[in-house]
Design a protein around this ligand. Structure first.
Ligand code: FAD
Ligand code: UDP
Length: 368
């Protein structure tokens, strides 16, 4: 055997495992079907602006070990995510906080806002929320639901808000302070020179084969190593034998505006009405603070996923979770293969969670 480990996927899970195993003296080969490393976290330089090719990636965590881990490779800036919502040309602050309440209702003090929220949520009080629409009304009331949630959510998921599970919306914080910080985590930022540098450092000195699809050469690739770490879609590993897991996909429309220094004055603006087909516009230079004469923006269009499209958001409904459980069982039976990361675990993981999971997995493998 030429290698101890074959790692399928040069995304965050694969790259952290590759780094840790190599550091422990193991021989590692990484393959990825894309033409670059970094998976969905990949950024590409556009004349001084790091462009997030697969959607905005903001690092946020309460886990000091994970924060220290990434900071040993690259520096992070102090970017704080404060997205704006544009509904029919009017702007509102996110997450829902005293600024949003002032913009919607003119309330100034927390007591005034609390009174208004109580009126707005009255129709759901004492009732169990059975879907996302009801959960949203219960949490933030009808006005916010109609203006800032309903349209965005229905575009994002391609389904009526009354047909979506309530848990999706539990992620949105509600604040009785004038605080526009989207995340409540202690550590937050963006890799100063873009994220690709992080992957260059993680994979430094490790053999990586790009544009190498595991499935076109599965047998001979696996024959090169004692153990495989697989970070692609779990159903694909088993040739979809139990059925196909569903996702939402996104189309990213990147635009360079040569003569525009500042397009929207903020990194993220959500478009919350249903009639506008994209969910948000990202202006990349505001993530990095790049000083340039031009700017790069990206519009994000959610779309129904079919086999062959990029799988971005797992649809964790009952049907898919039951299917995933069957694949999970099959995966457990394979002692020479480890499944990890967003696609292999069919889980909407944030970056810090993927790193924590990869560190645990590689430690577990080394302790075996
Ligand atoms: P991936 O990044 O998907 O890596 C898997 C790799 O495996 C890919 O490079 C793929 O090409 C490769 N692969 C798959 N199949 C094969 C095959 N057959 N052969 C070879 N290679 C293969 N997280 C945050 O913390 N903050 C954010 O702001 C944030 N924003 C996000 C926005 C969007 C639009 C999306 C989609 C995700 C966001 N995330 C964010 C989540 C973040 O992208 C993930 O946590 C992270 O990318 C997961 O890493 P991974 O290695 O599990 O998967
Ligand atoms: N959401 C919304 N309006 C917004 C932003 C988010 O209704 O302006 C809802 C939507 O249902 C979305 C969920 O909140 O799917 C989670 O949003 P988040 O921004 O955390 O999602 P992500 O960045 O992961 O797409």
């Amino acid at each position: 055997m030429k290698y101890d480990y074959l790692i399928v996927g040069a995304g965050l899970f694969g790259s952290v495992c590759a780094h840790e195993l190599t550091r422990a003296g193991k021989r590692v080969l990484v393959v990825d079907k894309r033409s670059h490393i970094g998976g969905n976290v990949y950024t590409e330089d556009h004349q001084g602006i790091p462009v997030h090719k697969y959607g905005a990636h903001i690092f946020h965590t309460n886990n000091k070990e994970v924060w220290d881990y990434v900071n040993q490779f690259v520096s992070f800036n102090r970017f704080t995510n404060s997205p704006l919502a544009n509904y029919k040309g009017k702007l509102y602050n996110l997450p829902f906080n005293m600024n949003t309440f002032y913009q919607l209702w003119g309330t100034v003090t927390p007591a005034e806002a609390a009174k208004k929220l109580a009126e707005q949520t009255a129709e759901m009080q004492g009732k169990e929320a059975e879907n996302l629409a009801e959960q949203a009304i219960k949490l933030v009331g009808r006005d916010i639901y109609e203006k800032l949630i309903k349209g965005y959510t229905e575009k994002q998921w391609g389904r009526d808000a009354t047909e979506l599970p309530a848990f999706i919306i539990k992620r949105l914080p509600l604040r009785m302070t004038y605080d526009n910080n989207y995340f409540s985590d202690r550590y937050q930022g963006i890799a100063e020179n873009g994220y690709t540098e992080l992957f260059d450092k993680l994979l430094d000195g490790i053999e990586v084969r790009l544009e190498c699809d595991f499935f076109t050469d599965k047998k001979s690739l696996q024959a090169l190593a004692n153990h495989t770490i697989y970070t692609g879609p779990i159903d694909e590993y088993f040739a979809f034998s139990e059925g196909v897991l569903e996702y939402r996909t996104l189309k990213f429309e990147h635009q360079t505006l040569a003569d525009c220094e500042n397009y929207q004055g903020n990194a993220v603006v959500n478009y919350t009405e249903r009639e506008i087909p994209f969910t948000r516009i990202i202006e990349h230079k505001h993530f990095s603070g790049s000083v340039t004469k031009h700017t790069v923006i990206t519009k994000e269009y959610p779309a129904e996923w079919k086999l062959g499209d990029e799988p971005y958001y797992p649809i964790n409904n009952e049907k898919n979770m039951a299917l995933y459980k069957r694949y999970r069982q099959k995966a457990k039976e394979l002692t020479q293969v480890t499944f990890g990361g967003r696609l292999a675990e069919y889980k909407y993981y944030d970056m810090h969670q993927v790193i924590a999971s990869a560190l645990k997995t590689s430690k577990g493998l080394l302790d075996e």
